[in-house]
Ligand binder design. Structure first.
Ligand code: MG
Length: 379
């Protein structure tokens, strides 16, 4: 999934970015430039905004083959509105601060653009073949961020005069603006205005957008009895077996224990309360439905799932050969990386009901990051 649509503290990255821009009342509209196939993800990101904010979001524009072509498509969509100032922002930067946005807006003039920049302080070196090479003087070197602000008319003119064929020669919008004679000022950037490139960045960004999130740990336990059948479903993976597991749904003990662990961390009841076995609707249901619901409850609380760990307890089937398939399936269902998902298995040395092969038990632990104030809201 493109990084601007990944979940960050319970909402897509793009939602955070648009919200940050709209926090400045002078910005009267935001248009996302997206790939055509990302329309559904875009719409979900907009749905996650407060209603008061989403009224200022315009229909998205389909971008082009390069970043510059995409920016040009966005500018063309604004032509009839002819705004005074246009800000161009990278949707993978979730949290430009209010003051940063204001600095950019205020530095833009009729023939002046503004870009946020941070002076490079680390020692720089042009390494060669993995060895230290020539030092590079860092004087006057800056890391350039977004949003970048421009007078709309002048920037549009600059893009038009470069033309679609010339756009690929430029690496950024400021370069196109500068080539057309616009003066581009540097304003102070912010370290917290980070760009999400790898999945480790999501973690760092979560501490920026939701610094008051604390870990909440929940545990779940479930048992299902063996009965007639030719397979069992464990953690969403069907495994051939001389018996099936009996239950109202597909009897996936792993998913049931995990769903209860998540609900426990939310202090939001249990699976039986939300999906009563007496309700015919859940007869034979795929248990992923229950887990989906728990994941939605986490998102609705602005939380995120930091980690889950499931232990399956049985003599048979052997879990090891299916472990990676289970982790992949849970990564998909939970919307988190596979590195945050533990699947373990144990026998009970022939003791007890699992030892006698009467059924399968599962235990699960889930760690959620929830806003501190959330406890007060739901106490
Ligand atoms: Mg169950």
């Amino acid at each position: 999934m493109p990084k601007q649509f990944r979940q960050l503290a319970g909402r897509p990255v793009l939602t955070w970015a648009i919200e940050a821009l709209l926090a400045d009342a002078r910005i009267d509209g935001v248009t996302a430039v997206i790939a055509a196939e990302d329309r559904a993800d875009h719409d979900r990101a907009i749905d996650a905004l407060d209603d008061g904010r989403s009224v200022r979001v315009r229909a998205p524009v389909v971008g082009g083959e390069t970043r510059q072509h995409s920016v040009f498509a966005g500018l063309q969509s604004l032509r009839s509105r002819a705004p005074d100032i246009v800000l161009i922002h990278d949707g993978a930067r979730p949290r430009p601060g209010t003051r940063l946005v204001a600095r950019v807006v205020e530095a833009v003039g009729p023939t002046t653009g503004a870009v946020p920049a941070i002076a490079v302080t680390d020692t720089l070196n042009r390494g060669s073949d993995g060895h230290l090479g020539e030092p590079v003087a860092r004087d006057g070197l800056y890391r350039i961020q977004t949003p970048q602000g421009f007078p709309f008319a002048a920037l549009f003119h600059a893009f038009e005069s470069v033309g679609p064929d010339g756009l690929a020669d430029f690496t950024d919008d400021a370069g196109i603006a500068a080539a057309s004679g616009l003066d581009v000022q540097l304003v102070a950037g912010e370290e917290r205005n980070m760009k999400i490139t790898g999945s480790g960045d999501l973690e760092k960004a979560a501490r920026i957008v939701a610094p008051n999130h604390l870990p909440h740990i929940g545990q779940g336990f479930d048992v299902h009895r063996f009965g007639p059948g030719d397979h069992v479903t464990l953690c969403g993976v069907a495994i051939a077996h001389p018996n099936g597991l009996m239950g109202h749904s597909d009897a996936d003990v792993g998913l049931h224990a995990l769903t209860d662990a998540i609900l426990g961390a939310l202090a939001d009841g249990d699976i039986g309360q939300h999906f009563p076995p007496s309700d015919e609707r859940w007869k034979g249901a795929a248990s992923s439905l229950f887990l989906d619901d728990a994941v939605r409850r986490v998102a609705a609380r602005g939380g995120r799932i930091a980690h889950v760990d499931v232990t399956l307890i049985c003599e048979r089937p052997k879990i090891g050969p299916h472990r990676e398939a289970m982790r992949l399936r849970l990564a998909e269902l939970l919307g988190i990386g596979i590195g945050r998902i533990g699947i373990k298995a144990t026998t009970t040395e022939g003791l007890g009901f699992t030892g006698r092969g009467e059924g399968i038990a599962a235990q699960a632990v889930a760690t959620l990051m929830l806003a501190e104030s959330d406890e007060l809201d739901h106490g």
